[in-house]
Design a protein around this ligand. Sequence first.
Ligand code: THU
Length: 130
Amino acid sequence: MDIDWDALKAHAIEAMNTAYAPYSNFPVGAAAVVDDGRIVTGCNVENASYGVGLCAECGLVSELARTGGGKLVAFSCVDGNGNTLMPCGRCRQLLFEHAAPGMVLDTVSGKKLITEVLPDAFGPNDLKGN
Ligand code: THU
C-alpha cells in the first residue's frame, strides 16, 4: 500500500491537539493506516492518579478495535511541537499485537519496521502450545 506519510503525520498532529495532558504538559498524537485503508488516531489522556494516564497509542488501538479491527500497516506519532516521537516501550508492545506483517513506523531515525523497534517481541504466537 502506498503511504502518504505527510498526510498521516497531519492526522497525528490533529489528534495531538485534542490531548488531555494537564500534568505533563506533553501532548501526544498518534495516527496509523489500517490494512483496509482507513486511518485511526489517538491522543494521550492523563489522570490525577498519574500512573493510570493513557498514552496516545492506547486510544489508537481502542479506535482500531471499535471501528472494525484489522491490522496496522503504517504509524506516525508526534509531540506538542509536531515533531516525530518514538512510541514508548509499552506502546511498541501494544502496536506489535495489531501490526500487519511489515508494518512501518516513522521514527526519529527514519522509517523502521515494527520488528526493528521491538526485536524478538513477545506476542500472540508465544502463547500457542502452552
Ligand atoms: N506518551 C504517549 O502518549 N505516548 C508515548 O509513546 C510516549 C509518552 C505520553 C504519556 C504522558 O501523557 C506524556 O506522553 C508524557 O510522558
